[in-house]
Design a protein around this ligand. Structure first.
Ligand SMILES: Nc1nc2c(ncn2[C@@H]2O[C@@H]3COP(=O)(O)O[C@H]4[C@@H](O)[C@H](n5cnc6c(=O)[nH]c(N)nc65)O[C@@H]4COP(=O)(O)O[C@H]3[C@H]2O)c(=O)[nH]1
Length: 615
């Protein structure tokens, strides 16, 4: 004993230093929940949601989950046991939340700003093209008007009976010029020479210079011709049948523009030639013009708009530097960016709320139910006299999509806290009721026990659901055992309707985990239960080298006095079997006999003839 005590103290010291390093990790790395659980479970083991077992001081360690790491508070004075809390990293919803949410949150912040800049960019381009289109339309309107006046004047002179350059002819020309807004003068042309005109009366013959061409409508044109009275001013001269019209090239193109670097031009479509222009018009831009078609094109540096009049064989062009359009972009961005930021913040908040909601235990557990990630294993309950499997406890398991198996100690507590235990219990009820016919067929008189949480013991809860379903299925009385915990019976009045409903379908009631919580003798007397389940912590204290807890013997004696049946949980050794049989305990479950198993395995075991003697 003294050896055991000594080694135990050494073990405590070792565990103590182990704990120190763990506590550092706890404080720095989100283990606060486990730490609090560890402390709280000293007072009441059910308060520790991550509890995996109890350690008896000084010498008995209960290896409930041997592959896990543990921390225990070995400094609890006056306690006969301390709580073991496993420190395996539990899924930390908030940590996962930040990992899962960070990408959408980042996108949520960036997308609206990028979108607002993109919208501003598009808007700036559209605005510039709209402006250029309006300018080109105006140039074309003027061009068409000047073209029509020009043709009308030439037609008129064709019909004039007076000899070219006669006074009567020049007078008629002056009348036409006076009534035509876009015409500056008229005259007669012979062999490329202006022989007379309303602008050059009395002058010598004027040989026509400038770019000469004949258009598709048969009009000879001299673009940029010079006349003696204004040698610095280029004129455009158009002639047909010896009659000529003189036009000032600026008259069509000269209009106010918003920016000095806007270029305007008027083109003859066929053969393509620029007849009037204002500002630089690159030949490469003009090469982008498809004759007689209105279009918008762009070079590396400019947006260019063409507007064409097919009937008049002319087109207008307007061009402006792209940089000029996007110069205002930053001004727009400055307006849009704050709006984008506000939208981002709202969007990010929405994403955060949604993601948090999705990662909440409530939603995760409901999703697991919907995806059928829960399943049931059965642990046989054995008659210690005959070795027969007389019943089985339904134990819930959660296998997540990634394959990890979450122990019920973790998710049941979460489900209770999140208020979703009722649908989970209903699911267990459904599975058990579906499995029961086969089990009863394989072993008549067999019973299945299922666990109820305190929240299940309410009016119109899962027990009433079971009652409705059970009544319709005609199972024999005693086929079901409902395991309630001491916590569930703290408010016995609230639990009574559920217990009565259980009674009405002939289900027996067992008090689970007895001795670990608030139970008192008076409580046992006041409630109508059939069976006490001795918690495995008390069974674990039964062993060749260990001091048997006096509580174990008391529980057994008390149950006999109250004429309650007993089921011992967590039986692992022959010593424990012998001890229990010697004290009149009839039934037990534990790894000594069988671990929790799937239905098929349980059925196969029931079909095998049981040994006639206890092991
Ligand atoms: N060390 C040791 N352990 C043994 C041995 N024999 C059985 N056990 C384990 O002891 C637990 C017995 O269940 P419990 O006391 O009702 O304790 C259950 C029960 O309170 C709760 N639980 C399980 N299924 C359900 C359920 O469907 N609904 C509710 N409300 N609670 C459930 O989770 C607890 C833990 O369940 P499990 O992890 O399945 O753990 C089971 C079982 O696997 C043994 O020889 N040695």
């Amino acid at each position: 004993m003294s050896n055991g005590r000594h080694s135990s103290h050494a073990g405590f010291r070792k565990a103590g230093s182990f704990m120190v390093s763990l506590l550092v990790a706890i404080r720095g790395g989100g283990w606060q929940g486990s730490l609090q659980g560890t402390t709280r479970c000293l007072h009441h083991r059910m308060a520790c949601s991550h509890r995996v077992g109890l350690l008896f001081a000084p010498s008995v360690e209960i290896p409930l989950a041997p592959r896990r790491r543990f921390v225990h508070d070995g400094t609890a004075p006056g306690q006969d046991c301390v709580c073991l809390c496993h420190l395996q990293p539990l899924p930390c919803p908030m940590k996962r939340f930040y990992v899962v949410a960070s990408i959408p949150l980042l996108l949520a912040a960036l997308i609206p700003i990028a979108a607002s800049l993109w919208v501003a960019h598009r808007q700036a381009k559209n605005d510039q093209i709209t402006y250029l289109t309006s300018l080109a339309d105006e140039v074309l309107r003027r061009g068409v008007a000047s073209r029509q006046q020009l043709v009308a004047a030439l037609n008129d002179l064709d019909r004039d009976p007076h000899a070219p350059c006669s006074q009567a002819s020049l007078t008629r020309m002056q009348q036409l010029v006076g009534t035509s807004f876009y015409l500056q003068g008229m005259g007669s042309v012979m062999d490329g020479t202006l022989v007379c005109s309303t602008l050059t009366q009395g002058s010598d013959l004027v040989p026509l210079t400038g770019n000469h061409m004949v258009t598709a409508t048969g009009i000879s044109s001299w673009i940029g011709a010079r006349l003696p009275f204004a040698p610095d001013q280029p004129f455009n001269i158009y002639a047909r049948n010896g009659h000529a019209v003189i036009i000032h090239p600026g008259i069509v193109i000269d209009m106010p523009v918003l920016h000095a670097d806007v270029s305007l031009g008027l083109l003859i479509s066929t053969p393509q030639a620029l007849i009037r222009s204002k500002g630089p018009l690159d030949a490469q831009w003009l090469a982008l013009y498809t004759p007689d078609a209105s279009s918008q094109v762009e070079s590396d540096t400019h947006h260019i708009v063409f507007r064409a009049s097919k009937d008049n064989n002319i087109a207008a062009v307007a061009a402006a530097p792209k940089a000029q359009a996007y110069g205002g972009l930053w001004a727009q961005a400055l307006i849009l960016a704050p709006l984008g930021l506000v939208a981002s913040a709202l969007f990010a908040l929405g994403v955060a709320v949604l993601t948090r909601w999705q990662l909440s235990p409530r939603v995760r557990l409901r999703t697991a139910l919907r995806r059928r990630e829960f399943f049931i294993l059965y642990q046989p309950i054995v008659d210690l006299q005959t070795g027969q499997w007389v019943g089985a406890e339904a134990l819930l398991r959660w296998r997540r999509r990634n394959g990890t198996l979450v122990p019920p100690d973790e998710f049941i507590a979460e489900a209770e806290k999140a208020g979703v235990i009722a649908p989970i219990t209903r699911y267990v009820i459904d599975v058990v009721l579906a499995d029961l016919p086969e089990l009863l067929k394989a072993r008549p008189g067999f019973h299945v026990s299922l666990n109820l949480s305190p929240q299940d013991l309410v009016a119109d809860g899962p027990v009433q659901y079971l009652q409705r379903r059970f009544s319709a299925m005609e199972f024999p009385a005693g086929a079901l055992m409902l395991e309630v915990t001491e916590r569930g019976l703290v408010n016995i009045e609230a639990a009574r309707p559920a217990l009565q409903a259980a009674r009405q379908i002939g289900a027996s009631i067992a008090l689970d985990d007895f001795g670990t919580g608030y139970s008192s003798l008076s409580m046992l007397e006041s409630i109508d239960i059939d069976t006490l389940k001795i918690d495995r912590i008390f069974i674990a204290s039964i062993g060749a080298q260990a001091a048997i807890s006096p509580v174990t013997t008391h529980i057994i004696e008390m149950a006999h006095t109250l004429q309650l049946a007993l089921i011992a949980e967590g039986v692992e050794t022959q010593d424990q079997v012998d001890f229990l049989i010697a004290r009149g305990v009839r039934q037990a479950q534990g790894w000594k006999f069988a671990r929790a198993m799937p239905l098929e395995e349980l059925l196969a075991g029931l079909r095998v003839a049981p040994p006639s003697q206890p092991q």
